[in-house]
Design a protein around this ligand. Structure first.
Ligand code: 26M
Length: 819
């Protein structure tokens, strides 16, 4: 028998094996002979969790006694994925655990696949929040992530006859071994009702009497940083019907009515809204936003008041970062808490609020900017609406007093939008006014923020907007996803590269080394063979691991232009069929991504990808030269398989529209060459990897703006490009949809008539860039030289660097020094 301590904390092979066996018996309640892979996964995860908890308690104690400022990262999304290898990697236990389990006849790499993804996010914004949580722990920034514990994460995508179908993703159905339920940490969250005024010491005081109360219950997940030095908390809120909820009604026999109220209350944390661009504008969404903002603020205020007599020093003890405008109502809620509940003077409360909040903007697409109808706000949050009017009036009065008078400027900087017969609350303006720092997520995006959406606010507050180029955690996206590449890097550069990605730069010296190239190529080929197995299993399509793997993985959206890639695929298909004897560079084009359930055109693009795939893959003339794959149900775990197998990274958004991108960074780090526009962080990737090691094409953001102003017709562009004209005609006339020749007629006509995303304008240049890709592929030594330069020069895109900048410029908190 092992001593208890060893079972909880021992890190030897024997200790881990004993710990897993004990968990299987006493926590899962199974004997080994009966244990399924899922049972073994749970037992292993619980054994790993014990080892995380020690550091968690240590970090909690240090933070509590240290008097250091805490960071609160408020996000409606955390796209985490699986946690087992995150924890094992950061605790340095992966190999030990593999050995411990193999002694039990259990394969750790098989258990890895059993863990469901925590898909509590849509795409880039949610994944960024997850990378930031890991980097904040790594840098020992005392931080809490605050969000919602959705019972259903992002839908599971099934492709039936080429069309996307959505199925619920009940990731919690077999239990979640990483979380700790905290039923005792629960706050009342009010909705609706009315506001009463009374006099206190001759001044008006306002009190909100909600008509409905929902309880927010905490669930904590420990987040362990690199080498296990520091562990933070991700606190997610779950909605519970307030306890005596209509108990009177229930007792009087209205069972149905009482239960309906309960369902309405608990609906708040049932499901993630599955759109990454167009706000649905639904009442339930606003309820989610206020629910988690209010719960988080009560939580952090209570923490503050345990230590200090009042809230006057809140901004010295707390930095709250708003991940987009989704939690922006928190600005108003904090004002309400300070003024109405704690009796603080308005001006003091406003100073503290501004000093506490920072706001990150993630998109400038006009349709994505959140606004809420005033009547809805008034009904759901009557006191908040009063506070918004007062904030706005004081804000506009101040500007008038400073001499501003231009009506267009005043309209643009007002929190309230008038028009279409309805007033709306502009959440971006609210977040801007309520924060001391506002940031964009790449250099280009931040410049465009200053020039477009926030132009007038920026002129008035020129120092508020600053840039924080996104980053990715190298633990997940290099070490866990690509152990073969990691081993080579450690071998060539030394172990220090694991702690400090700037060591990657030394790789550039070896870029031309044939031996290194051969090793990297062999590792990539293995990764491609593994992905090939997944492709065959999910789609039945056979792919050749020696072909170029050309990858476009991201949410499906017109601005990301998967259809540009598809039109080029068709042009290439035509060209190969016309001259099949030429030495074409063999390619496998892989597409993966989800469409918002209500986004018709995005779903049609998925259908087009599947239609093109069927025609191309069935055509014997292009066999061995071109394959097209749409891989269903893209998620974090699938990304971890695709990215290490990529040769070419498609980053082809209309310039000015992709705020940053982070997949671009993951792919470059793993040795893929980028074909892309000068958009988002592509610009900064190009500056680092060098013009010779990236394929840039297309209009610049400025040229896109000019083109939109010019009103130039797409029909002319198409007429001037015989290649594009042929492709458009084929799609339009039903060459890829013989079962329904009208399927793409309207789609093609929309491109001819509007082409807002300038697919036709960029087509020829994109096609030419793809042929430069072919040429480089045919010179494998040159290709691998460029690939090595990519890995060598993208160390800067570590989210540790990004978090270091937030800590210094926005939060004013120290970070742990590098090893
Ligand atoms: C809003 C209201 C209702 C329902 C959904 C939303 C919503 C959800 C997510 C709106 C936007 C959402 O995400 C935007 C997003 O993911 N932006 C991406 O952020 C990344 C991280 O900064 C960038 O890298 C991407 O370029 C940017 O598109």
């Amino acid at each position: 028998a092992q001593p208890d301590d060893d079972l909880r904390t021992g890190n030897s092979v024997e200790a881990l094996r004993g710990a897993v066996m004990a968990k299987l018996a006493y926590a899962v309640g199974k004997v080994q002979a009966d244990a399924s892979d899922r049972d073994w996964f749970l037992a292993t995860a619980l054994a790993v969790r014990d080892r995380v908890v020690q550091g968690w308690q240590r970090s909690y104690h240090t933070t509590n006694t240290g008097g250091t400022k805490r960071v609160y990262y408020m996000s409606l999304e955390f796209l985490i994925g699986r946690l087992m290898f995150d924890a094992l990697t950061n605790l340095g236990l992966t190999d030990t655990m593999r050995e411990a389990l193999s002694g039990l006849g259990v394969d750790l790499d098989k258990l890895r696949e059993v863990e469901p993804d925590a898909a509590l996010g849509n795409g880039g914004l949610g994944r960024l929040a997850a990378c930031f949580m890991e980097s904040m722990a790594t840098l020992a920034v005392p931080a809490y992530g605050y969000g919602i514990r959705y019972e259903n994460g992002l839908f599971r995508q099934v492709v039936k006859d080429g069309w996307q179908q959505e199925y619920p993703e009940n990731w919690l159905s077999f239990g979640n071994p990483w979380e700790f339920a905290r039923p005792e940490i629960a706050y009342d969250i009010g909705f609706g009702g009315h506001v009463e005024t009374h006099q206190v010491d001759g001044a008006p005081r306002y009190e909100w009497f909600p008509s409905e109360t929902v309880e927010a219950v905490a669930y904590d997940t420990p987040v362990v940083g690199w080498r296990g030095h520091h562990v933070n908390t991700l606190r997610l809120w779950s909605a519970r019907a307030g306890d005596p909820l209509r108990l009177d009604a229930f007792n009087e026999g209205d069972h149905v009515g009482a239960m309906a109220d309960r369902v309405k209350a608990e609906a708040i944390s049932k499901v993630l809204y599955p759109s990454d661009a167009t706000p649905a504008g639904q009442e339930l969404r606003l309820r989610q936003e206020y629910f988690f903002a209010a719960a988080s603020l009560q939580d952090l205020v209570r923490r503050h008041l345990k230590k200090y007599p009042d809230l006057s020093n809140l901004a010295d003890q707390a930095a709250i970062q708003l991940n987009d405008t989704h939690p922006a109502i928190a600005v108003v809620e904090l004002m309400r808490l300070l003024v109405d509940l704690h009796g603080m003077a308005w001006d003091d409360a406003w100073r503290i609020t501004q000093a506490t909040f920072g706001y990150t903007n993630h998109t400038l697409l006009p349709e994505a900017l959140e606004t809420w109808p005033v009547p809805l706000m008034e009904r759901m949050l009557p006191r908040h609406m009063q506070i918004i009017y007062l904030v706005n009036a004081l804000h506009l009065d101040k500007l008038r007093a400073e001499g501003h008078s231009d009506v267009d400027v005043m309209r643009s900087v007002s929190i309230i939008a008038e028009g279409w017969g309805q007033q709306r609350v502009k959440m971006g303006t609210l977040a801007f006014i309520g924060s001391h720092r506002i940031n964009g997520v790449s250099a280009l995006h931040t410049d465009l923020m200053r020039q477009t959406v926030f132009r007038d606010l920026n002129a008035i507050y020129p120092d508020r907007i600053n840039n924080k180029t996104n980053g990715i955690t190298f633990r997940r996206w290099l070490m866990e996803a690509n152990p073969a590449l990691t081993a080579i890097l450690v071998d060539v550069l030394g172990k220090a590269v694991l702690d400090d990605p700037s060591h990657l730069e030394k790789l550039a010296q070896h870029a031309g080394d044939p031996a290194l190239q051969a090793r990297l190529k062999a590792a990539k080929r293995d990764n491609k063979a593994t992905l090939g197995g997944i492709i065959a299993a999910r789609t039945g399509i056979q792919v050749d691991p020696d072909a170029m793997f050309d990858i476009q993985i991201k949410r499906i959206h017109e601005y990301k232009r998967q259809h540009l890639n598809l039109l080029e695929t068709i042009a290439l298909y035509n060209a190969i069929r016309a001259e099949p004897w030429r030495d074409w560079a063999p390619r496998v084009k892989v597409f993966a991504g989800k469409a918002a359930a209500s986004y018709h055109t995005a779903k049609l693009i998925i259908k087009l990808a599947n239609d093109v795939a069927r025609v191309v893959n069935d055509d014997p003339t292009v066999r061995g030269k071109l394959k097209v794959v749409f891989l269903p149900n893209y998620n974090v775990s699938l990304a971890e398989r695709i990215i290490p197998a990529a040769d070419l990274s498609e980053q082809i958004s209309t310039a000015g529209m992709e705020a940053s991108g982070t997949g671009n960074m993951k792919l470059a780090l793993n040795g893929a060459l980028t074909i892309g526009t000068l958009d988002g962080a592509n610009v900064e990737i190009k500056e680092r990897v060098g013009d010779d090691n990236i394929f840039i094409f297309g209009l610049t953001a400025e040229e896109v703006a000019a083109r939109h102003r010019s009103g130039l017709s797409a029909r002319e562009t198409i007429a001037n490009s015989p290649r594009l004209a042929e492709v458009m005609e084929a799609v339009s006339s039903g060459v890829f949809s013989p079962d329904d020749t009208d399927r793409y007629r309207d789609f093609a006509n929309a491109l001819r008539d509007h082409d807002h995303f300038l697919v036709t304008a960029d087509f020829d240049d994109y096609y030419a860039a793809q042929r430069r890709v072919d040429a480089l592929w045919r010179d494998q030594a040159a290709w691998w030289r460029a690939s090595i330069m990519n890995t060598a020069r993208v160390g800067w895109f570590s989210s540790d660097r990004t978090i270091g900048e937030y800590a210094r410029d926005i939060w004013d908190v120290p970070v742990r020094a590098a090893e």
